[in-house]
Design a protein around this ligand. Structure first.
Ligand code: TLP
Length: 344
C-alpha cells in the first residue's frame, strides 16, 4: 500500500502530460545562448505577475537568495517576518550570501504591523545599518498557510515608498493565496518590486521556481544565478513542465484547500490536538500536540505505521500536514481514520 503523503506539497509528482511535454521539449543551451522553452516560461511568468522580466531558478531558496542579493549591499538591513521561510529555513543566505542584517519583526498571522515596520526603518549612521528591503511571504508557511491580506501589502508598500525601500515577496504559494482570497496574483505583485513563486509545490512541476521583477534587476539576477551555480543548460526539459504548472495546475488548488479544511475539522475534535479549523485557509495545517501519553515523534511514528506521513512543525511541539494533488479524499479519510485509531 502506498503511504498517504501529507509531508509537503513539494512531494507532488509531475502529471503524465508534464512527462510527455518534458520528453518532447524544444531545448537550447540556456547559459551560452538561450533555451526557447525557458524563454517562453520566463515570459509567461513575468506576464502573469505583471512584471517586466522573469528568471527560471532551480529552487525557491535560490530565487529568494538572488532577490535579496540583487536588492541589497553589505552593511544594510532587511526587514523580515520572524516566522518567515526566508529568515528561518533558507540556510542563512541573508548573512551567508548577501551579508546583510535581518531584522525579524512579529506579525499577526504573517501580516506585520506597518507602523512597527516603519519604526524599524533605519537611515545609515556610524552605528546602524541602513534598511533597504522588506520581505513578505504569502501564503505564510509557518503561520499554517495563512493568507496575508492585500490591505497589509498596500500599507507596507506605502511605508516602503515613503522611505525609498524595495519590497520582495516570497510567493512560493502565491496561487494558493489568490485562490483563497479571490485577489488576482497580480494584485499582490503590483504592491511589491519582485516576486519569487514556486512551480514545484502545489503546481506539481518536478523542479523550479520563478523570480520576476524589473528588467535590469532580472539581468543582474541572471549573473548572480550563474555565480551561485544555478546556470542550467538544456533546462527546457524542466521548463516544459513549468509551463504546464502555470497554465493547467493553478485552477485546482481550491480542491486542496477544501480537503485541508475537512481534515482540520476532524482532527480538531481529537484529544491532544490544539487546532482552530477556521484558521486553515489554504492547504497547510499546523497544530500543536499536547498529549499525556504521546510525543510528536511517537505520534508521527504511529501514523507512519498506519501509512500516513506528516512532519514535525518548526519548534518541534506540533505537526504540519499539507494537502496537494497527490492526496485525494480517500487519503484524507485514511488520515482521519489513523488519527482516531491512535487518539480516539
Ligand atoms: N518550503 C518547504 C520546506 O523548506 C519547509 C516546504 O515543504 O514547505 N518559501 C516558502 C514559503 C517555502 O515554503 C519554501 C519551501 C521555499 C520558499 C523554498 O523553496 P525550495 O524548497 O524550492 O528551495
Amino acid at each position: 500500500m502506498n503511504p498517504s503523503d501529507f509531508r509537503s506539497d513539494t512531494v507532488t509528482r509531475p502529471t503524465p502530460e508534464m512527462r510527455k511535454a518534458m520528453a518532447e521539449a524544444e531545448v537550447g543551451d540556456d547559459v551560452i545562448g538561450f533555451d526557447p522553452t525557458v524563454q517562453k516560461l520566463e515570459a509567461l511568468a513575468a506576464e502573469t505577475m505583471g512584471k517586466e522580466a522573469g528568471l527560471f531558478c532551480p529552487s525557491g531558496t535560490m530565487g529568494n537568495s538572488i532577490a535579496v542579493k540583487a536588492w541589497t549591499q553589505e552593511l544594510q538591513e532587511v526587514i523580515v517576518e520572524s516566522r518567515s521561510h526566508i529568515f528561518n529555513l533558507e540556510s542563512t543566505h541573508l548573512t551567508f550570501i548577501s551579508r546583510v542584517t535581518p531584522r525579524p519583526l512579529p506579525s499577526r498571522r504573517g501580516a506585520m504591523d506597518p507602523a512597527e515596520v516603519e519604526h524599524f526603518v533605519k537611515k545609515p549612521n556610524v552605528h546602524t545599518p541602513q534598511t533597504t528591503l522588506i520581505c513578505l511571504e504569502n501564503t505564510h508557511n509557518n503561520w499554517g498557510g495563512a493568507v496575508v491580506p492585500l490591505e497589509n501589502f498596500k500599507a507596507i508598500r506605502e511605508v516602503a515608498v515613503r522611505h525609498g525601500l524595495r519590497v520582495h515577496l516570497d510567493g512560493a504559494r502565491i496561487f494558493n493565496a489568490s485562490t483563497a482570497s479571490g485577489v488576482p496574483v497580480r494584485g499582490y505583485a503590483d504592491e511589491v518590486d519582485s516576486v519569487m513563486f514556486c512551480l514545484s509545490k502545489g503546481l506539481s512541476a518536478p523542479i523550479g521556481s520563478m523570480l520576476v521583477g524589473p528588467k535590469e534587476f532580472i539581468e543582474y539576477g541572471r549573473r548572480i544565478r550563474k555565480a551561485l551555480g544555478g546556470g542550467m543548460r538544456q533546462v527546457g526539459v524542466i521548463a516544459a513542465a513549468g509551463l504546464l504548472a502555470l497554465t493547467r495546475m493553478t485552477g485546482r488548488l481550491a480542491e486542496d484547500h477544501r480537503r485541508a479544511r475537512r481534515l482540520a475539522e476532524a482532527l480538531s475534535a481529537l484529544p491532544g490536538i490544539v487546532l482552530n479549523p477556521a484558521e486553515v485557509e489554504t492547504n497547510i495545517i499546523i497544530f500543536k500536540f499536547e498529549h499525556p501519553g504521546l510525543t510528536v515523534p511517537s505520534l508521527l511514528s504511529e501514523l507512519e505505521k498506519r501509512g500516513i506521513r506528516a512532519l514535525a512543525a518548526p519548534g518541534g511541539v506540533g505537526i504540519r500536514m499539507v494537502t496537494h494533488k497527490d492526496v485525494d479524499d480517500a487519503d484524507v479519510d485514511a488520515a482521519i481514520g489513523a488519527f482516531r485509531d491512535i487518539l480516539g
